[in-house]
Design a protein around this ligand. Structure first.
Ligand code: LLP
Length: 418
């Protein structure tokens, strides 16, 4: 359930008409619903109220400061993958003690800063990273809490670009090498092994790979206990899918019921890192039809939003629902199967293909499920300023990121004198 619904044939974001927002702020634009963000966070938190847990929102999905602020106020922690994300958490008023730091290539300055602010845990992905972290911790007189990210070699059955828990992927430490790596980390004076972690992929629509990984991690926890390494938490990463089309991903409560059954009787805090399932359906991307054209038999709607604004369809061949903002019939509209394409000079620049719609110039379209991996993956390709982000809270509309101006696009560039 989300808060983007039609009222009398016109799309609303919570209590506000999407057309009105588009008139006020222009198109293309991203619109987020505060109530939906909170609802999705509580879908996790509500299922875990009876066990020790920490939900670290996978903020790479949508890292706008206002989004982080809302989630932080609701008690969320954050899964970060760069020092930039850490600074965003701090800027938004998030608690560093609720931050876990993932990523396969953390640099020394990033490790140093995270140690300085006192994050909850480093999700370490290699022996080399263990040594770097140990050296920095010793140099600064601190002890770094670590969790090793295990690559359980489980097929998440998702798009290959977002599968991360297979042997062939760059992520984590192989399950077979885990015990030796833990022994190492327990011997290094700058490190304290406190947890175990995995993240096997994103947009998972079946729980079985997640549960298979959980079982592998629990098995490792038992083996570690036998050699005197007692872990305090287990972090299962993110990955739960959302409905873009016909997918039927499990509800967080279904997934967590299975997890809780396996954790029963164990003294472990559960950490999760959901990103997409919190943000995707809390956002839409609104774009206006510049013109329609027909090349032989193919109808195109050329819209003002493009691959630089929203790259998932181009990059992953992702299917995102595209709906009219106003469904009332107007004279002049053509009903056809349209390719919805942007103005960028690439044939890969499309938001959707073969969509049956009734359209004419000026009509607004909304790309659904655009709150995750939308704005954050944008670029300035073709010297296009990035779209603004707008947050709706009941009948209140907040501009949470302005549209980039033309001047801002070259603000960091310098011409050279002859
Ligand atoms: N934790 C780690 C370590 C991750 O790498 C990710 C996502 C998450 C948590 C959050 O996963 P989620 O709950 O969102 O599935 N750009 C791609 C998705 C990339 C996901 C990368 N890692 C897309 O648009 O589909």
């Amino acid at each position: 359930m989300d808060h983007f619904q039609y009222r009398d044939g016109t799309l609303f974001a919570e209590e506000v008409s999407v057309s009105n927002i588009a008139s006020q702020f222009g198109t293309p634009c991203f619109i987020y619903s505060r109530a939906t963000l909170i609802r999705h966070l509580h879908a996790y938190a509500g299922s875990l109220s009876d066990i020790s847990h920490l939900i670290c929102y996978g903020m790479k999905a949508n890292s706008n400061l206002a989004v982080l602020q809302i989630l932080a106020k609701e008690g969320a922690g954050f899964d970060i993958v760069s020092v930039g994300e850490l600074e965003r958490v701090l800027k938004a008023g998030g608690d560093p003690a609720k931050v876990v730091f993932s990523g396969v290539g953390k640099q020394d300055f990033e490790l140093r800063r995270a140690l300085e602010v006192g994050i909850h845990c480093f999700n370490v992905e290699s022996l080399a990273e263990l040594y770097h972290l140990n050296a920095i911790a010793m140099e600064t007189g601190k002890v770094a809490p670590v969790s090793l990210r295990i690559n359980p070699n489980v097929d998440p059955k998702t798009h290959p670009y977002i599968s991360t828990g297979l042997k062939a992927n760059k992520f984590g430490i192989a399950q077979e090498d885990a015990i030796a790596a833990y022994r190492h980390s327990s011997e290094l004076p700058g490190l304290s092994p406190v947890g175990i972690d995995c993240h096997i992929g994103s947009q998972l629509t079946d729980v079985s790979p997640l549960i298979e990984s959980l079982d592998k991690l629990l098995n490792l926890i038992d083996q570690l206990a036998d050699i005197g390494i007692q872990l305090k938490h287990i972090d299962l990463g993110g990955g739960l899918g959302v409905t873009y089309d016909q997918e039927t991903p499990p509800h967080p409560s279904e997934y967590l019921a299975l997890v809780k059954k396996r954790l029963a009787g164990r003294d472990l805090t559960l950490i999760l890192e959901p990103g997409r399932s919190i943000a995707a359906n809390a956002g839409i991307f609104v774009t206006k039809t510049i013109l329609t054209k027909k090349n032989q038999d193919q109808h195109f709607a050329i819209v003002d939003g493009a691959m630089n604004d929203f790259i998932r369809p181009s990059l992953y061949g992702a299917w995102q629902k595209i709906i009219p903002v106003d469904t009332t019939e107007k004279t002049g509209q053509i009903e056809a199967s349209f390719d919805i394409v942007g103005p960028v000079c690439e044939s890969g620049d499309f938001l959707g293909k073969e969509r049956r719609l009734r359209l004419q110039e000026g009509d607004l379209l909304a790309v659904r499920s655009a709150g995750a991996y939308g704005f954050v993956m944008g670029s300035n390709y073709n010297t296009r300023g990035r779209a603004p982000e707008i947050l709706v809270d009941k009948d209140q509309v907040h501009l949470i990121r302005e549209r980039e101006t033309i001047d801002s696009l070259w603000a960091l560039e310098h011409t050279v004198d002859d």
